[in-house]
Design a protein around this ligand. Structure first.
Ligand code: CA
Length: 507
């Protein structure tokens, strides 16, 4: 019996995914076993069946082609075989993979018509794999990242948008308890206020990443949710475009986020996060509120740390009450428009000495900066707060609250989360990042970061498997190294540390 016929019987008779998967694997083995047998018959070579095509034939297709060229009479047969097997060695061909997906999607309860419409239009996109594999050339230091993404133009445009959509945004803020400034800040960071939502076919991007990417299970799940999204009628397969990673719409939701949190903001019976702003904003607000946004609480505050601050305390996992940080001498940085009342009693304000605008320049003429006691700000926060130094102890310092964790749920990058929170502040009132005049500058390349991790490991400060990205393990290892060498233990993977480790290694 033909294997395709067997498959069809399976689809018709089995509505159980686990059983399907077992039988599907069995069928694949049968198919490979058959191919193996054919090869064996052609060449009368010893090729014991091991569950996949014989490794000799799997290593490299060019080896097989060479083999074929030297056996000219049998060339056609081998060519057909090679074409038929596709990339069947390590895994199924993309076409086979899609057929499995089609069956899995049908068995999971999505209608056959939706599944067929969606799967039939999927194409493999080699560019997507290239994007997924291309590593960032440089790891941006916070101020570089922030200044590039939160500039005067973005703030101005955001304020315009707040005015243009005032009634709708106020309504959504009242309903979900998430400030309109935060929602518009996400909008600006994600798609330049809706202007760049992505032009790639979402189904094809996700299928490509699920087939060949680094996180196949994750993207397969996203792809199935994308097909579900189409099945429930909110999205049409033909118009679903987005980023290379499969995020789409004004807020760049992934399909799973859409399925869990998207809502119909304008009550027209359809959830359209691409063309309907009420739907996009209500969905974003619903998501943030569901993952724990605390109404009327801050996400982040720029602070000034005392000179004797214990740098080890500056990390996301070290949490203390605002009162406690205040006792340690942490003060809020206060930016106000010159000549305007700041709302804080003048006896509480101290002019800072060491601060100038981030990046080293003077402050603009129209603002004045001072520090103020945390106790008089009347900050309300449910949980304890943490101090973050995204660019080391000489860079700007931030106090972050529970709502910052909510932003991190949206995107795990500290630079991203601080930039969203800061953009929201700037949309609300005169504000900017002002600390960090003496911040260590100069980006490390991806390769240098990788080397830095390897050097820490070699010196006995385990930073985890080197991956070129300065995560929590790397920061922890750096802190241990810094403590062992009486350096400020800020955990920052900067150029000075890289050069120090490099020269240490040469000795
Ligand atoms: Ca709608």
């Amino acid at each position: 019996m033909r294997i395709t016929a067997l498959r069809e019987i399976l689809i018709k008779n089995l509505r159980n995914l686990a059983v399907y998967r077992i039988l599907s694997r069995l069928l694949r083995s049968v198919r490979l076993w058959r191919m193996n047998n054919v090869l064996q018959r052609i060449y009368s070579t010893d090729m014991p069946f091991t569950g996949t095509l014989h490794p000799k034939l799997c290593i490299d297709r060019s080896v097989l082609m060479n083999f074929a060229i030297h056996q000219l009479p049998k060339f056609t047969t081998v060519l057909i075989l090679v074409l038929a097997s596709g990339a069947a060695c390590a895994q199924d061909s993309f076409t086979d993979w899609l057929e499995d997906l089609r069956i899995e999607a049908m068995l999971s309860g999505i209608s056959d018509k939706t599944v067929n419409d969606a799967v039939d239009r999927i194409e493999f996109l080699p560019d997507v794999i290239e994007r997924d594999r291309s590593q960032p050339e440089f790891i941006s230091p916070f101020l570089d990242y922030y200044q590039k993404r939160v500039d005067a133009k973005k703030v101005q445009k955001g304020r315009q948008m707040l005015r243009a959509h005032k009634a709708m945004l106020n309504q959504i803020e009242a309903l979900y308890g998430v400030p309109k400034y935060t929602l518009v800040a996400f909008w600006g960071m994600e798609t330049q206020y809706g202007r760049s939502q992505g032009k790639l076919d979402v189904l094809s991007s996700l299928a490509t990443l699920a087939y060949e990417g680094r996180r196949t299970e994750f993207f397969r799940g996203q792809l199935l949710d994308a097909i579900r999204m189409i099945d429930v009628g909110h999205v049409e397969a033909g118009t679903l475009t987005g980023s290379w990673a499969g995020a789409f719409g004004n807020m760049q939701f992934m399909p799973t986020t859409f399925m869990l949190y998207a809502v119909d903001g304008d009550d027209d019976g359809k959830i359209d996060v691409v063309n309907s702003l009420p739907d996009a904003f209500a969905s974003a607000a619903n998501y943030l509120s569901q993952v724990g946004w605390h109404t009327h609480e801050p996400a982040m505050l720029e602070v000034q740390l005392p000179e004797n601050f214990d740098w080890e305390n500056a990390q996301l996992s070290v949490r203390k009450s605002i009162k406690e940080w205040s006792r340690f001498g942490v003060r809020a940085l206060h930016v106000s428009a010159r000549g305007k009342k700041s709302g804080v009693s003048s006896t509480e304000i101290k002019k800072p000495v060491a601060y100038k605008a981030a990046g080293g320049g003077p402050f603009p003429e129209n603002i004045s900066v001072s520090t103020v006691s945390l106790d008089v700000l009347g900050l309300k926060a449910t949980g304890p707060a943490a101090i973050l130094l995204p660019q080391g102890y000489r860079g700007p310092a931030f106090m972050v609250f529970d709502n910052f964790d909510v932003i991190m749920d949206w995107n795990r990058s500290v630079n991203y989360a601080l930039s969203v929170a800061q953009l929201a502040e700037q949309l609300r009132h005169e504000s900017r990042v002002v600390g960090g005049r003496f911040a260590e500058s100069g980006a490390l390349s991806f390769q240098e970061m990788f080397d830095l991790q390897s050097m820490l490991n070699a010196l006995g400060f385990y930073a985890g498997q080197p991956d070129g990205l300065p995560g929590f393990n790397t920061q922890g290892a750096i802190r241990k190294y810094q403590l062992a060498h009486q350096l400020p233990a800020d955990g920052y993977a900067g150029r000075s540390l890289y050069e120090r480790l490099y020269s240490e290694q040469l000795q």
